[in-house]
Design a protein around this ligand. Sequence first.
Ligand code: NCD
Length: 315
Amino acid sequence: MKGVFDKDHVVSIRDFTVDEINTVLDYAEKMVPIVKGDKISREMEGKILATLFFEPSTRTMLSFQAAMQRLGGSCIGFANPKQSSVKKGETLADTLTVTSSYADIVVLRHPQEGAARLASKFSSKPVINAGDGAGQHPTQTLLDLFTIRDEMGNISNNHIGIAGDLKYGRTVHSLTNALAMYDTELTFIAPPGLQMPDEIIKKLKKDGIEYHKADDMEAVIDDLDVLYLTRIQRERFPTEEEYEKVASIYNVNRNMLENVKEDMIVMHPLPRVDEISPDVDDTKHAKYFEQAANGVPTRMAIMSLLLETYKEAME
Ligand code: NCD
């Protein structure tokens, strides 16, 4: 796999080629039997993962820790920076210099865009970006792509609707960058003030990607193969009043799925607030819990490829 996946860090999905993405997805598939307990792997034995989370997380942090432990490694870290020396005024640079001397791989989530790139400059070990402000969330994208491929058979040839907070949502920024490498049709569903940033749209235009913008979910939902919903990113709004104007803008419920395509899937990176009503959960369209579960094999694959432990595992 060397040559196809040759990375020091995972900071942005834009640093990936389509071959590298496909390598991760193929390898993640091989990890599924280990997650299910049908196979045992110790390929990370003796390795330590550090999870440094400066913002709240459930899925990302726990699935990274589960991934490391499924491969026989162990974990250190913090989920609450108030209990770390950051509270005493320590810089991100010093935190990375030190923690990378304790661990073999560092996963960082931080409210500032660009934090992971900066961290990678001070870390002596691979850094994985688990979300940097409104910037990127590359491992979420890889598990999103894994889910689309697994459910739909392929990533290309799908009409994918991306809805919600497209302005501040890092998951949708990374996902759009990645989907642009495949042959998909994209529809961005958001009120005008929360549409996809110009910079991302410009890149789509440059790459000749077919995309549309929409405001009304019901006008487009029946035409989609994949509906990817996201939470309005309350914490990134300048004021609470600004947030209130757009809160609860999209609520997909069972009735709205009545005329959708037979095999259309509904995805969400979670946490959901009120974007998807619980009555959707037991429809055949709901795939967001499978999506969350796919975080484990995908992150196992990413770490194995980064640390090159797959080499011994395959001997
Ligand atoms: C997302 C995030 O942190 O960007 N969560 C996740 O990692 N699954 C989505 C969100 O917080 O809305």
